[in-house]
Design a protein around this ligand. Sequence first.
Ligand code: UDP
Length: 462
Amino acid sequence: MENSRETHQQKKAFRLVLFPLPLQGHLNPMLLLANILHAKGFSITIIHTHFNSPNPANYPHFTFHSIPDGLSKTEASTADLIALLSLLNISCVAPFRDCLSQLLSNPSEEPIACLITDAVWHFTQAVANSLKLPRMVLRTSSVSSFLAFAALPYLQKSGYLPIKDSQLESSVPELLPLKVKDLPVINTRNPEDFYQLFVSAIKETKASSGLIWNSFEELEESALVRLHLDFPIPLFPVGPFQKYFPTSSSSLLAHDQSSITWLDTQTPKSVIYVSFGSIAAMDENEFLEMAWGLANSNQPFLWVVRPGLVRSYEWLESLPNGFLEMIGGRGHIVKWAPQQEVLAHPATGGFWTHNGWNSTLESICEGVPMICLPYFGDQRVNARYVSQVWGVGLQLENGLERGEIERTIRRLMVEEEGQEIRRRSIELKEKADLCLKQGGSSHQSLESLIGYLSSFKELLHN
Ligand code: UDP
């Protein structure tokens, strides 16, 4: 008893500094990782930007330090994601370095064993080097999509990029089963910025002391093997993080709990849940195709229409008069849902998603089959793996068209094909459950990660 208390106290005597990227899909997994490592005995400091700041009140067990990010009102927007992230990688350098050096020289706090940053914060490797602090990287998306980002220089040299309309359906033999249209491109006003951002992120990840994944070996075994050939640094697939703790406390928007009370009134596995995450946006025409596709499917639906989802509109103003009355109780629309609770609800039978990696994993964790409509970047790779490799979803291949939407919802929710996809989804959920149990792949990987972080602590002793 005495011994275990001592060990716990010794572990508490070391601190990890975590620096999340200020986007919902990146904050959630970084704060989950922080909780996981805290439960293993580390003290946690979070450095964060003013923009999209997490709420420290939800994490009284962590220490928070806010740094000025220098963004003007117009710059603090995800409308051009690459412009935002490129700018942040410049404007945060000095404030981050100052904050970290102050923390390192603060004698009242425990010694810092290691810095853990999001892969997209590429400038942090140089800062860590200059302060002689090991830096580990958390990549918040899939291993398979990371391999596609790592191949960008090759894809450009071989003429796959920039993408030509005539080649969209051609396969990319080096990245099977990806087609040209699945390559993880993110549109921006200056395409060279996209290329530079990811080439730097990949280069500085390679230079880091190790790479942590919110994924698991049984899901991405061959991608992990391929990755290790080119990234000879320690790799720790310790996910799905969502299975350790609920993500809700890092939500930047308030969850509408009427989602759950409405689901309570629906029959088991009947509802299609629809959400495209925190950034994706669409035009009015696409929104209307979506609305009519949902209406005509005759399935009950819970639809997250985030303010800003439809460009140039506040919220639902572009829906035709009488649309909501016509849907009646068969559809429920909210601005933001408690997604993990929704996916775990017995009434939820399918998830129409943009395949952000968190959404994809959350769906896998609950055994909910998907309809995939990726927008940009890693979502395209994730969608192809969901539909073609893991066989747990159907992909809308032609964008938003009401007839295809209606047919695809019915294929998934009522037809035999859907039953088979549901069966595979449940099998995959079981694998996700098992990997976290004693002796499971992620359980073991987490033990190795703790051992590895502890080795940095020992270096501090000497
Ligand atoms: N999410 C949520 N409520 C919603 C929609 C999304 O809480 O109505 C959460 C979701 O559970 C996930 C995150 O927001 O953890 C979105 O991350 P993802 O990687 O799926 O997509 P992104 O927002 O980065 O495009």
